[in-house]
Design a protein around this ligand. Sequence first.
Ligand SMILES: O=C(O)CCc1cccc(O)c1O
Ligand SMILES: [Fe+2]
Length: 318
Amino acid sequence: MSAYLHCLSHTPLIGHVDPNAAVLAEVEARVAAARERIARFEPELAILFAPDHYNGFFYDLMPPFCIGAQAHAIGDFGSAAGPLEVPRSLAEDCAAAVLAAGVDVALSYRMQVDHGFAQPLEQLLGGLDRCPVIPVFVNAVAAPLPSFQRARRLGEAIGAYARGLDRRVLLLGSGGLSHQPPVPDLASADPQLADRLLGSGRQLPADERQARQRRVIDAARRFVEDPRSLHPLNPDWDLHFMETLAAGRIAELDALGNAELSALAGRSSHEVKTWVAAFAALSAFGPYRAHDRYYRAIPEWIAGFGAIDAQPLQRGEA
Ligand SMILES: O=C(O)CCc1cccc(O)c1O
Ligand SMILES: [Fe+2]
């Protein structure tokens, strides 16, 4: 019974619109170091909290949270495609335990995921199938969104379940921090887009997929030239958020409303609830210590880009 946490921003723009070589090398070195620390931990099970971007979850039936008992990645923006290595009965047990703990989580036997799940599995573990993983979807874009408090409670319930397993458990959070890429919005969608957001076109035709990716790439290029073309990144808030989690004050975020967070850090910053859930899961193992914090605002990637590790306090640590 032990745990290790790593939370990492994702962005599908890596390799499409990149920052200068020094920044790129800095991020690559950070990711490589995190991958090494994780490898040394030798995880037997990963629990990955990640969002979706209308690639696997749609408004025909949008859960706030969903555990996958079987899952596959679509490979958007050149991310890895194919099945995740999900230990089915553990995922089922996990969902049952979470429900019993009072958090109403959905369960899927055909969970479709995008770069939000695939990128951390590739970057931190070397592929979709290198380590058994329970994928946990956290709705971070399709209003109405779950609150910080519910994300925390979900994480605590999953952490309590994980703690009862006799395994080395890797807790991963994917996404954030401040950012607002051009993700569609049902309220302002034309009828054709609304139809897509309701889930017709669960597998997008190639030309639409291409156009969608192009739109995000173009927006990134424009954002570099004109920082006012998208909601600004907010390094102050991002650093404050990371410090809040590092200091073990997760519940302080409960007071922050969803509209307030959107205004502070952009509409996609709700992805940080994956970090909240991961840290809350870690807190079920006892007091923790955060380390190897990294942050940089990277407009090329439309991302307040951060990473952090944490693990339970070892004997003798205050
Ligand atoms: O595919 C999309 O619709 C959004 C892509 C996207 C862009 C920048 C940062 C992100 O976190 C992200 O997910
Ligand atoms: Fe995202």
